[in-house]
Design a protein around this ligand. Structure first.
Ligand code: FRU
Length: 496
């Protein structure tokens, strides 16, 4: 595990130029088709063409938020990823910057995979995984570094960490942070006995890294078999607790839990950085919806711990998203602020999103008794709804367009929608709430729904594909339900 190997970096600058041109041409070629799609969103980051996946390199530097993302410009499928790049000063007005990184070099030609950003010596440092896809050589993954003086152009410095002995080629997604003048990095890794792990590294200079050890993983720390690969680890302290967010692959569905193909959640515990030990409790899912994966967090200049997730899951149903026919797929969640309440992570949409609101429409004390009703004005496609329940008898549901339904019964909240592939079937995601349902906050966009339950104790994130002109929302109650509802039209993100 070694030093920077900058001497050995083969710079294929021509290839970088060619890849940039090819991607920019693809954007132009498909622009009209992509933009004609009725499912384009108003306030969620989307790829200009092709496939978007993980948020990468989230950071605020000199006031500017930088959000990078995994991007495949040439297909609505996975492949040799680029890093796309958005910037903003307020999380509402965004600029789509030039492509940050292309898979141009020998060590990343299979994809500039996920990673993170830190500031050092007044330079933006991006750590990412260089993937070699196995077509020309055996598959390998390295942790690599790229540096920027201006925040928009990046110079690759090459490999900083090679796969340690005892681990397979699944070795990716470096997340770096600084504590007490020491740099730390967590990386997802598969051990040779095919178990998912998180490895901790440390460094004094961001160039020379030493492996501290595996700090958590399947069959460790009291866990049984818990996934064959752990992707996208993120470790941070929040309100006095050390939290390890990670995406284990290969968990079996278990009642209401682990219903998606791959999971995304966290362990709360204590990290001993010197000994490389993380003692932790059980795994808790971060989100209960159909599409949520590979989240990343950052601490911003206000000291907030913000999280953005990928509104997608890598699985066999990806091609069933209807946007594929218009040459794009997937988007990001809205940014959420995290808090630790002593037991779980609480997630709230960042307050900046209120800037998008138009005038409020409000009804207090709406009562529905054994009936299904629309509530005047409570409809639309780029909207926010806030519901506070005064009285709630056992069965209550919100029908969103003729597509999704959010229903509550026996303390269980269920989101259902037509199965993406086989529309004759309905699919469900569920959660048992810790306490009575008091509050629901819904962010609806042209093709997505994010539901924050009881001030963010649970969240459901999903794509929805109602008919493009549908705006109708219906409320159903068996027994009597009384609630107040506020509704705002949302103007959306502004791009320049
Ligand atoms: C998660 C992931 C990461 C990888 C990236 C490649 O969705 O599989 O582990 O770095 O996507 O795009």
């Amino acid at each position: 595990i070694g030093e920077v190997q900058s001497k050995e970096v083969v710079t294929l600058t021509n290839r970088d130029v060619q890849l940039r041109r090819a991607a920019e041409n693809e954007i132009l070629k498909q622009k009209e088709t992509v933009e004609s799609d009725p499912y384009r969103q108003k306030y969620h980051h989307m790829p200009p063409v092709g496939l978007m996946n993980d948020p990468n390199g989230l950071i605020q530097w000199k006031g500017t938020y930088h959000f990078f993302y995994q991007w495949m410009p040439f297909e609505t499928a996975h492949g040799a990823k680029f890093w796309g790049h958005y910037t903003s000063n307020d999380l509402i007005h965004w600029k789509h910057e030039n492509i940050a990184l292309t898979p141009s070099e020998v060590f990343d030609q299979g994809g500039v995979y996920s990673g993170s950003a830190v500031i050092h010596n007044d330079q933006l440092h991006l750590f990412y995984t260089g993937n070699i896809d196995g077509e020309q050589k055996p598959e390998t993954e390295y942790q690599c570094l790229a540096i920027s003086e201006d925040g928009v152009t990046f110079e690759k410095k090459g490999i900083v960490i090679e796969t340690p002995a005892g681990y397979t080629a699944h070795f990716r997604d470096p997340k770096v942070w600084k504590e007490d003048q020491i740099w730390y990095m967590v990386v997802g890794a598969q051990s040779e006995d095919l178990q998912g792990n998180v490895l901790l590294f440390s460094s004094n200079d961001l160039r020379n890294w030493v492996m501290v050890g595996p700090i958590a993983g399947s069959k460790q720390g009291g866990l049984g078999e818990f996934g064959c690969m752990w992707e996208c680890p993120d470790l941070f302290e929040l309100d006095g607790k050390d939290l390890l967010i990670v995406c284990p692959q290969g968990l079996e569905a278990d009642g209401m839990n682990y219903a998606n193909t791959y999971q995304s959640g966290y362990f709360a515990g204590e990290l001993n950085k010197e000994e490389g030990k993380f003692s932790h409790g059980h795994f808790q899912e971060l989100d209960r919806g159909f599409e949520f994966y590979a989240p990343q967090t950052m601490i911003d200049e206000k000291g907030r711990r913000l999280l953005v997730g990928w509104m997608g899951v890598p699985d066999q149903y990806e091609q069933a998203h209807p946007t594929v026919e218009n040459h794009w797929i997937h988007c990001m969640t809205i940014p959420r602020e995290l808090k630790w309440d002593g037991k779980k992570i609480i997630q709230a949409p960042v307050p900046e999103l209120k800037e998008m609101r138009g005038p409020v429409l409000m009804h207090s004390s709406v009562t529905i008794k054994n009936d299904q009703k629309a509530v005047r004005g409570v409809q639309g496609r780029a909207i926010e709804l806030n519901l506070e329940f005064d009285e709630l008898e056992d069965q209550f549901a919100i029908e969103l367009f003729q597509y999704a339904s959010l229903s509550y019964k026996d303390d269980v909240l269920t989101l259902s929608r037509p199965h993406l592939e086989d529309k004759s079937k309905t699919e469900f995601r569920r959660v048992l709430l810790d306490r009575d349902l008091k509050n629901l906050r819904l962010f609806i966009d042209h093709s997505s729904l994010e539901v924050f339950v009881n001030e963010g104790e649970e969240v459901f994130t999903s794509r929805i594909y109602p008919q493009p002109n549908e705006e109708h929302i219906l409320f159903t109650s068996l027994g009597a339900t009384t609630f107040s509802v506020e509704k705002w039209g949302l103007s959306g993100y502004q791009y320049r």
